[in-house]
Design a protein around this ligand. Structure first.
Ligand code: IMP
Ligand code: MG
Length: 175
């Protein structure tokens, strides 16, 4: 039996592949002749991170950070905690933060400031999903895979209570 709480397929693997290729071309054009550090935000961004890095033919390094603000609830606590810091010195580097989804914007706003404090040359954001209705802080997002409605999204790296990250498509929790 399928888990009854999962909605139907919202965005397919095929659509995501196509979008990752488009964004890859855009990133290559924006950073032509330069090097970049992709920073994936664990754990939600891992699947999208793999898609993006394969589609960007530039001098690249990758790193990961882990932050938490959610726990097992579906609404942000507003508090960002670093569980795993960077291993890379990003001073003077072009950083692209790769995230699964922007909801309130609190996590990415914090992370952008964090990279800027470490004197990155530039900081941009590449998110698989954007949920603009949830926004509580203003933030510029440079590369957006897809814009979604205010549902709780799961799959393709995104979890509910650590489950469903392995779904090879984007779905949502039923009310
Ligand atoms: P924000 O700080 O409210 O923008 O939330 C960002 C983080 O909350 C994301 O990195 C996700 O881990 C999590 N999150 C926000 N919305 C969803 C969702 O619909 N499904 C799963 N995780 C979400
Ligand atoms: Mg996350």
């Amino acid at each position: 039996m399928q888990d009854q709480t999962i909605g139907t397929v919202m965005i397919t693997q095929e659509q995501i592949n196509k979008r990752a290729a488009e964004i890859g071309r855009q990133i290559e054009a924006d950073y032509r002749g330069e090097s970049v550090v992709l920073v994936g935000i664990l754990r939600g961004a891992v699947v999208w991170m793999a898609d993006i890095m394969k589609n960007v033919n530039l001098d690249m390094r990758i790193d990961f950070m882990a932050v938490s603000s959610y726990g097992a609830s579906t609404k942000s606590s507003g508090i960002v905690k670093i569980n795993k810091d960077l291993d890379t010195d990003i001073e003077g580097k072009n950083v692209i933060i790769v995230e699964d989804i922007i909801d309130s914007g609190i996590t990415l706003n914090y992370l952008k400031g964090y990279m800027e404090n470490r004197e990155a040359k530039s900081v941009r954001i590449c998110t698989l999903l954007d949920k603009p209705e949830g926004r509580r802080v203003d933030i510029d997002v440079d590369y957006i895979g897809f814009t979604v409605d205010d549902k709780f999204i799961v799959g393709y790296g995104l979890d509910y209570d650590q489950k469903y990250r392995n779904l090879p498509y984007i779905s949502y929790l039923e009310e």
